[in-house]
Ligand binder design. Sequence first.
Ligand SMILES: C[S@@+](CC[C@H](N)C(=O)[O-])C[C@H]1O[C@@H](n2cnc3c(N)ncnc32)[C@H](O)[C@@H]1O
Length: 282
Amino acid sequence: MTPAQTVHVGIQDGVSIPITPEEFAWFTTFLRGRTGIELKDGKQALVMSRLDRRLRHHSAASYKEYFALISGGRGEEARIALDLMTTNETYFFREPQHFEMLPRLLPSVAGQRPLRVWSAASSSGEEAYSIALTLAEHDPSGLWEVFGSDLSHRIVDTAARGLYPIEAAQRVPGHLRTAYCLRGRGEHEGFFTFDAGLRSRVTFRQLNLTRPLPDLGTFDVVFLRNILIYFSSDTKRQVVDRVATTLRPGGYLLTSHAETLMGLETTLESFAPSVYRRREQV
Ligand SMILES: C[S@@+](CC[C@H](N)C(=O)[O-])C[C@H]1O[C@@H](n2cnc3c(N)ncnc32)[C@H](O)[C@@H]1O
């Protein structure tokens, strides 16, 4: 038999390789150490559904064998495994109340410096572009910029490309779609992007919020939405404190409506549901 005709025992189409409790514990520790994300007991099926294909790709017969490929390190496979185990769900104008509120949160600093908004777990960029569209509508010629970051290199590349399936544009309000969205042609048929002026105000960078941050400057508003739910309360406190230091005094931090900072002693005070304000005097 040629190698192409051989099939690893236990690796047949449609059959998931089981994960033992010990193996699951290695993966949860790996994920926690790299990202802060807690995988609760019971998420074995999730790990299996996301990594099964990688085991097959490497002809690994068990999670132990696959773990040996990623545990050492910094390699490409470790990155792929982390990407697969994180949840990147996002869409344009998710939790629209925040976008309605955003223009009212911005100070009037016209002409002095750019207003800066950070999408701190931007996933594929829909949140950052929703912010940009909102600012463009509010202040088309003003000085403002949007910065997006995410743990995943792959997803940051997607965000920077700024090319989305045409169906996703349905979530962009009609008047903003008409003013700023461009339908793809040729190889980009079926996709849309934003006009160059809007895109030039949005930049992305890979960042891990559980590690010390580089100098990012100061932000007026930070969106930190749908990420804190994955962290332990200790990690959540550290991430919120770290992100809050980038806010100017009086600046705002927005979490998802499903997340709360209640019980965390921080430099922030509650301003409205899921909106926190950095105290003027810290
Ligand atoms: C569910 S998405 C939220 C996207 C967007 N903020 C929203 O609300 O639609 C969560 C994102 O957090 C990112 N993430 C997870 N752990 C992270 C970390 N330690 N540092 C930075 N980003 C992280 C994931 O890669 C994922 O793209």
